[in-house]
Design a protein around this ligand. Structure first.
Ligand code: G6P
Length: 440
C-alpha cells in the first residue's frame, strides 16, 4: 500500500487549526493524509492540547484514519514530512496588539501586515521561518513549505532570497475571499467565476473577471459601487469605494487596498476602534477566548461556526486545495505567492509575487501577466521595495535598514517618523528581536 501523506503544521495550537482539519477530512479521498502533526512551543502548550483534542474528535467523528500527533518537538515532527504548513504568531496576540497600537500614537495606521505592524511582524517572523527551513533541509528536504504566516509576501520573499529551499509557496485567503465575494454579488456559484489575480500579498488586484468564460469586470465594478456589496474581510472595515475611483482604476482592489487608497478614513476608523472596542488583536483575543472555551467541550466534534468571525475564512480551502493539487498534479489554477520568474514584467524575476499559477506536482507555475496597468504598477513596486528592504533588515538585524524600509512604506511618509516608530517598536518587541540586540 502506498504510504499516506504526512503533514506538519507549525503553530498547530492556533484557533484556525479546526479549519485545516475540516479541509483535510473533506478531501480525504483525494488527499489521503495518514499523519497530521500539530507542533507548538511551550507557551502554546495548553492551546495545542485543546485544539489537538478537538482535531482528534473531528477525525473520529468523520471516520477517517488520520493520526493526529501533538508535540512541542519540531524536529521530531518534521522527520520525513511531505508538507509543512506554518501558521504561527511570534509573540502571540500581545505582540500584534503592540503592532496595532504603537503606530496610532504617531497618527500612522496600526495594522498587522501593513506599514509599521507589517514590518515588525516580518522582523519577528522571518528568522523563525529561516530556522524552520534549516530543520526541513535536514529532516524533510523534499517537503513543500506552505506558509500562511503573515506577512506572507515578505516571508516568501525572505525564503526565496535567503535560503536554498525551492519548494515554498506563500498562501493567503484574500484571493479566494474576493472570488467568493464577487460570486455572491453576482448571485452565482463561485466555481463559475474566474479572476485574473496579480500583484503582491495583501496588494493583489483582480485585473479581469469572467463568468463562465465571459468577461464581466465592468459589471462587477458597477456592483461594487454599492457599499453593501464591497468585498471585504472580517478584520477590515467595510468602507465603500468612491465609484469614480473604482471605474478609473478598472481593476478589482483587494480589501487591504483600503489602507493605501483610503489612508485617512482607515486611520480615523482604527483610532476610533482602538479607543472603544479595542484594536483588532484585542477583539480577536476575546474571540479566541470564546473559541477555546467551545473547543474544550468534549462533545464538540466539528468546526464551530463561530470561527467564521475571524478574518481567515476559506483558509482551509485555500490550503487544502493547494496541497491536493500539488499531490495530485491537478494542473488547475490557483493564486499563490511564488517566485515571479518573469510573469509580471515590472517586478524582478527573483522576487515573490502573488498571482494565478498552474498547480503541478513540480509546484506552482506562474501564468504570465505581462506588465501591470500603469495605475497600479508604482504602488506594487513600492511595496515590493518595502518588503525586500524589510526582509534584509530581518536577516541582518540592521536598524538603519528597518528605518529605510519604513520610510519607503507609503503609510509613513517621513524618515524622521520612521526612525521614531522603529525606535519605539524595537524596544517594545525586544524579546522577539534578538538579531537587533545581540552583540557580534
Ligand atoms: C485575513 C488575512 C489574513 C489574516 C486574517 C486576520 O484573512 O488574509 O492574512 O491573518 O485576515 O484575521 P483576524 O481574525 O486574526 O483579524
Amino acid at each position: 500500500m502506498e504510504k499516506g501523506i504526512k503533514i506538519v503544521t507549525i503553530g498547530g495550537g492556533s484557533s484556525y487549526t479546526p479549519e485545516l482539519v475540516e479541509g483535510l477530512i473533506k478531501r480525504y479521498e483525494e488527499l489521503p493524509v495518514s499523519e497530521l502533526w500539530l507542533v507548538d512551543i511551550e507557551a502554546g502548550k495548553e492551546k495545542l492540547q485543546i485544539v489537538g483534542n478537538l482535531a482528534k474528535r473531528m477525525v473520529k467523528k468523520a471516520g477517517v484514519p488520520i493520526d493526529i500527533h501533538l508535540t512541542l518537538d519540531r524536529k521530531a515532527a518534521l522527520k520525513d514530512a511531505d508538507f509543512v504548513t506554518t501558521q504561527f504568531r511570534v509573540g502571540l496576540l500581545e505582540a500584534r496588539a503592540k503592532d496595532e497600537r504603537i503606530p496610532l500614537k504617531y497618527n500612522v495606521i496600526g495594522q498587522e501586515t501593513n506599514g509599521p505592524g507589517g514590518l515588525f511582524k516580518g522582523l519577528r517572523t522571518i528568522p523563525v521561518i529561516l530556522e524552520i527551513i534549516k530543520d526541513m533541509e535536514e529532516l524533510c528536504p523534499d517537503a513543500w513549505l506552505v506558509n500562511f504566516t503573515n506577512p506572507a509576501g515578505m516571508v516568501t520573499e525572505a525564503v526565496l532570497r535567503y535560503t536554498n529551499h525551492k519548494k515554498v509557496v506563500g498562501l493567503c485567503n484574500v484571493p479566494i475571499g474576493i472570488r467568493m465575494g464577487v460570486a455572491q454579488m453576482l448571485g452565482v456559484e463561485a466555481e463559475r467565476v474566474h479572476i485574473d489575480f496579480a500583484g503582491l500579498n495583501h496588494m493583489v488586484f483582480g485585473l479581469d473577471v469572467y463568468l463562465d468564460g465571459v468577461p464581466i469586470k465592468d459589471e462587477v465594478i458597477r456592483l461594487m459601487n454599492d457599499p453593501n456589496n464591497s468585498v471585504t474581510m472580517k478584520n477590515i472595515a467595510n468602507i465603500g469605494w468612491e465609484p469614480e475611483f473604482l471605474q478609473a482604476l478598472n481593476a478589482i482592489p483587494c480589501p487591504y487596498h483600503r489602507y493605501y487608497y483610503k489612508t485617512r478614513e482607515m486611520l480615523v476608523d482604527e483610532q476610533e476602534k482602538a479607543a472603544t472596542v479595542g484594536t483588532r488583536a484585542e477583539v480577536v483575543k476575546k474571540l479566541e477566548d470564546e473559541l477555546f472555551k467551545l473547543y474544550k467541550d468534549p462533545n464538540l466534534d466539528i468546526k464551530p461556526p463561530q470561527l467564521e468571525q475571524r478574518g481567515g475564512a476559506y483558509y482551509s480551502d485555500a490550503a487544502c486545495n493547494l496541497i491536493s493539487s500539488i499531490y495530485n498534479d491537478k494542473r488547475d489554477i490557483q493564486p499563490v505567492n511564488i517566485r515571479n520568474n518573469g510573469a509580471i514584467s515590472s517586478i524582478e524575476d527573483d522576487s515573490a509575487v502573488e498571482l494565478n499559477c498552474i498547480i503541478t506536482k513540480e509546484g506552482p507555475k506562474p501564468i504570465a501577466v505581462g506588465d501591470l496597468p500603469v495605475a497600479v504598477r508604482g504602488l506594487v513596486q513600492q511595496i515590493k521595495s518595502f518588503e525586500r528592504v524589510a526582509a534584509e533588515a530581518a536577516v541582518t538585524g540592521d536598524v538603519n535598514k528597518a528605518v529605510l524600509a519604513l520610510a519607503i512604506n507609503p503609510l509613513v511618509g517621513s524618515d524622521k517618523l520612521a526612525k521614531e516608530i522603529v525606535t519605539e517598536m524595537l524596544e517594545a518587541h525586544k524579546e522577539y528581536l534578538p538579531q537587533f540586540f545581540t552583540e557580534v
